[in-house]
Design a protein around this ligand. Structure first.
Ligand code: SF4
Length: 363
């Protein structure tokens, strides 16, 4: 596995997907022998993963399976929720206390940890010791929208390894630059992104959008710029990515780095009940057996269109899904399955940025 590749796997079984993705990428080649390994999920608030706020515990279980299979047994789970929330409650509510018991892996609340200052550029950043002193950190963020930084994924998830007083200071500094500096000061060994059902707009969840995929990489700028495209954003719209690139944290996604382990298959997330916000965005969609990876991308693109004030200008329904395979139509169709549509966008699945650019030609 090298820095310049991103591995993507589609599906809904987080435990199996995580294990298979790490195996396919041969992730063990990056981990030093006998390393102590800290896994850092996103438990920003005390909510379950299906809210779109937190990392699915089964993904962490799949990481632990893979590590143990490859002889790595010194494993801990570390996290500190946002200021004002209780990490121990978050561990409990999100299923990590139970996971810790079942898999015999200790969990640590970094709010109780001591800290150390690390010099970076002309700043000093305070980091929790457990994160710094682990030989190898696996970052497991959720890809989701964010009301201040537009999105959150690999780079911003590292805010969970700094003390609360440092989190408060980051907000006074405007978030984007300190997040980039934090990523310059501390580089995770690997990042495995939970993009199963991140929230549409808020890091605290409430409007989950199924995207049903995991993303694995080692370059946080590459990961986050790819993640931005999945949310219908250009990297320039996410300032911490640009700051990070300027500081040499990594290089942005160009389209050549992607290795897809499988293709979206079934895609029907039958258990999913769209929230009112998602239903509102979907009112102009005619879906027929759409894969969640495709449908979720369309919802994020429609959300961006709405933010631009142009959603109401869409006059025609948007077709999407495997039910349109082999059919011809004069209307708008999204994805390879709608290749018979006169106004069609290819891709399987197309990302939200490509869908947004396409829809902007229709409004
Ligand atoms: S193009 Fe078709 S098969 Fe591919 S992700 Fe979309 S709905 Fe699924």
């Amino acid at each position: 596995m090298d820095d310049r590749h991103l591995y993507v796997q589609y599906g809904t079984d987080g435990r199996r997907m995580a294990r298979e993705l790490l195996t396919a990428a041969d992730a063990k080649t990056l981990i030093p022998a006998n390393a102590s390994i800290a896994i850092k999920p996103n438990l920003v608030v005390a909510k379950p993963a299906n809210s779109g706020a937190t990392t699915h515990p089964e993904i962490v279980a799949g990481i632990i399976d893979y590590l143990r299979e490859n002889g790595f047994n010194d494993i801990t789970i570390i996290e500190s929720s946002w200021v004002g929330d209780n990490t121990r409650r978050a561990f409990e509510v999100a299923g990590y206390t139970e996971l810790s018991r079942r898999m015999n892996v200790p969990i640590y609340d970094l709010k109780s940890d001591s800290s150390m200052a690390v010099a970076v550029e002309s700043e000093e950043i305070s980091l929790c010791r457990r994160a710094v002193e682990a030989d190898f950190l696996i970052n497991v963020p959720v890809l989701k929208g964010h009301c201040q930084t537009v999105m959150t994924c690999a780079m911003k998830n590292l805010k969970g390894i700094i003390p609360d007083r440092e989190k408060r200071r980051f907000h006074t500094m405007g978030l984007d630059k300190p997040i980039a500096l934090l990523n310059k000061a501390f580089r995770p060994g690997l990042t495995l992104v939970d993009a199963i059902c991140g929230d549409l707009n808020f890091e605290e969840g409430g409007n989950p959008v199924p995207m049903n995929r995991l993303i694995l990489g080692a370059d946080s700028v590459l990961i986050d710029s790819y993640g931005a495209s999945l949310l219908g954003l250009a990297p320039e719209e996410v300032r911490y990515i640009i700051h990070g690139e300027k500081l040499g944290v990594g290089k942005r996604f160009t389209g050549k780095e992607l290795i897809e382990i499988n293709r979206p298959a079934d895609g029907q997330d039958r258990a999913f009940r769209p929230t009112r916000a998602v239903q509102g965005l979907a009112r102009c969609v005619k879906a027929d057996q759409a894969c969640s990876a495709c449908y979720g991308s369309l919802i994020h693109a429609l959300n961006r269109l709405d933010e631009m004030g142009m959603l109401s200008r869409l006059r025609e329904p948007i077709h999407i899904g495997q039910g349109y395979q082999g059919k011809t139509d004069n209307g708008i169709g999204i994805g390879r399955c709608c290749s018979g549509f006169a106004q069609g966008l290819g891709g399987c699945p197309p990302n939200a940025r490509a869908i947004l650019d396409f829809l902007l030609t229709k409004v």
